[in-house]
Design a protein around this ligand. Structure first.
Ligand code: 4NP
Length: 179
């Protein structure tokens, strides 16, 4: 098995958007039977919430969709992550500026992209920050993240030729079906 593809999702506080992106994307990777191929984490550019649980409203939103954020603890994005991770997907343009600011020698810009570049309905290419709003904002973030994560996984399956692996091994669901 080759090294896993290292993915980091980044927002501001790491208690709302990027934790959700992490568990939604992981769930899709698991459903496809590709969990051994990916290492998926999240962080925030700010340090205010480090070690805290995900926002209660986001935890509830995830729970309604059958996903758990209970194990999540917030962490801060570090300059070294630019080297360690293969792909860094940021939630908005402010996150993009903050992450690129840590790339002092302009080495890693090609790894850092707006997550919503993969959204089939990208609007302004940013995942709106739901922190200061109501419950609809959290639901809206879920819908954006869910459809964008689908497309992102398709693109990575193409980029890393994982379709061949899926053909040889079948998805987890197919394997379960056969046994
Ligand atoms: P997140 O949301 O970046 O999606 O985790 C926020 C969480 C906290 C704050 C801002 C955004 N804050 O200002 O504390």
């Amino acid at each position: 098995m080759p090294d896993p593809i290292r993915i980091q999702f980044v927002c501001l506080g790491n208690i709302c958007r990027s934790p959700l992106a992490k568990v939604v994307f992981r769930d899709k990777v698991n459903d496809a039977g590709l969990e051994d191929h990916f290492d998926i984490v999240s962080s925030g550019t700010g340090n205010w919430h480090v070690d805290e649980k995900a926002d209660d409203r986001m935890r509830k939103t995830a729970q309604r969709k059958g996903l758990s954020l209970e194990d999540h603890r917030a962490s801060q994005f570090q300059a070294e992550d630019l080297e360690t991770y293969d792909h860094i997907f940021v939630m908005d343009k402010s996150n993009l500026n903050d992450v690129l600011h840590l790339d002092e020698d302009d080495e890693y810009g090609g790894k850092v992209r707006l997550f919503r570049e993969f959204d089939p309905e990208p609007d302004d290419y940013q995942v709106p920050d739901p922190y200061h709003g109501g419950r609809e904002g959290f639901q809206n973030v879920y819908e954006i993240v869910d459809r964008t994560a689908d497309m992102l996984l398709h693109r990575l399956v193409d980029e890393y030729d994982l379709a061949e692996y899926l053909e040889e091994h079948g998805s987890v669901e197919e394997q379960e079906h056969e046994s």
